[in-house]
Every structure is written in C-alpha cells, then in structure tokens.
Design a protein around this ligand. Sequence first.
Ligand SMILES: CC(C)(COP(=O)(O)OP(=O)(O)OC[C@H]1O[C@@H](n2cnc3c(N)ncnc32)[C@H](O)[C@@H]1OP(=O)(O)O)[C@@H](O)C(=O)NCCC(=O)NCCS
Length: 213
Amino acid sequence: MSTERRWSVAWTRATENLKVVEPSMIEVAAYAPRLSAYYNEPHNHAMLAHTQEMSVEDVIAHYRALRGEQGRPLVLLRDERLVGDADLRGIGGGHGELAIMIGDRSLQGQGLGTAFGIMAHALAFRIVGLTRTFVSILPENAASRRLFQRLGYEIDDSPPARAIADEPSDITMALGRARFEQTFERELAALRFAPTQASESESGLGSRGPRRA
Ligand SMILES: CC(C)(COP(=O)(O)OP(=O)(O)OC[C@H]1O[C@@H](n2cnc3c(N)ncnc32)[C@H](O)[C@@H]1OP(=O)(O)O)[C@@H](O)C(=O)NCCC(=O)NCCS
C-alpha cells in the first residue's frame, strides 16, 4: 500500500493542455506499453543510451525502482494523451538529475520538450525543493544540448556534475533555481500545481529491470 503525496503541474496554452503528472503505479501500468514503444524506438533508444530493450514489465520496474530510491518519475500528457516522460533522480543535498523524453518522434522538434522541460523544472524547484539540477547528455544529441541550453543550463564539469556521467565523453550541465525562476517568470505564472493524495494497492506489478532510463 502506498500513500505518498504526488503532484501534477498543468499549463493551459492557446492550442493545447499540457500536464506533467507524478503517476500512481496503476497509471504507470496503463502507460507502460506506450512508454516501452517510446523507449525502444531506435533514435530514442540511442539518445537515452539504453543498453537493452525495455519490455512493458521493465518499464514498470524502472518506475518502481526510481520511486524506491526517492526519485520522482513524471509522465508528460498533451490533451490527456501520453507523449513522453521525465524523471528526477539522485536527489540529495538539494540537487538532482533530470532526464526527459518526448517519445513520439513525430512530435519532437516542435517545442514540447521546452514546454515540458519548464514544467518539470518547476516541479523540481518549487515542489521537490531542489536548488540545482544536473543533466548528462551524449555529445551527438544536438536536440538535447539545445533544449537544456534554452532552459538555462550551462556546462558544469565539477565533481558532483561529472558524477552523473555514464561515459567520460558525456556532456554534463547544471541549472540553478534562481536563474530558472528569473528566466521563466512569465511561464511559471501560468502553471497550476495540484497535489494528489493516493492510496493504492501495487501488488502484482513487477519489480525487475534496469535502474536507469
Ligand atoms: C531532447 C528532446 C527531449 C527535446 O525535445 P523537443 O520537443 O524535441 O525539443 P524542442 O522542440 O522543445 O526544441 C528545443 C531546442 O532544441 C532545438 N532542436 C530540436 N530538435 C533539434 C535537432 N534535431 N537538432 C538540433 N536542434 C534541435 C530546437 O530548435 C530548440 O532550440 P531553440 O529554442 O533555440 O529553437 C527530444 O528531442 C527527445 O525526447 N529526444 C529523444 C530522447 C532524448 O534525447 N532525451 C534527452 C536525453 S539527455
């Protein structure tokens, strides 16, 4: 039985309703087939540096493992349809690592990563209370590098930033809360935050699979 408090962030825009949601494990199970397809799509698979395909059960186990280590997995919904996911992991000392994916290739490059990135960081800084976030990026991932620059990230080769790199060639970047709040003051004013207090049985959902996305 899980009774942890989870949050959602909503942004009503001119042409679409965006939501970042900390899902229940029941919701995770419902989203897992689509997330599995997104993770295994060849370009996403390469950019996420996944070493193996992720089955539906692996996706559920990945979400469960993130929660188990106090991470904050997030699903990204556009007009109530799942279009990707994100997560905060390695949370400690006010710091955390962010990962994000717009899963549907046909929706990449249209501004969704930027919009959901703002929302996920709003949750990280305002709800989780982080003061600094890190990302680790493959050098060939031009979209990701540009996205995080756009969000205000700067190259960071300090020991805590390098600690999240999987490979020596990975690029590590960091963003502080004050800079983010200043850059996106107008967008942040449009976001709506809501808590969800859930109690759910999680029996029957697997616990096997890789630790990292
Ligand atoms: C990385 C990712 C989340 C970016 O989301 P997105 O919706 O595609 O990005 P946006 O449309 O918001 O664009 C963000 C910036 O990147 C630029 N960009 C987008 N796609 C690009 C590409 N293929 N090459 C170069 N720049 C690109 C955009 O022009 C924009 O920059 P600008 O604001 O200066 O114009 C998305 O492409 C994705 O999920 N990729 C696969 C998984 C992945 O790489 N995750 C990140 C792991 S670190």
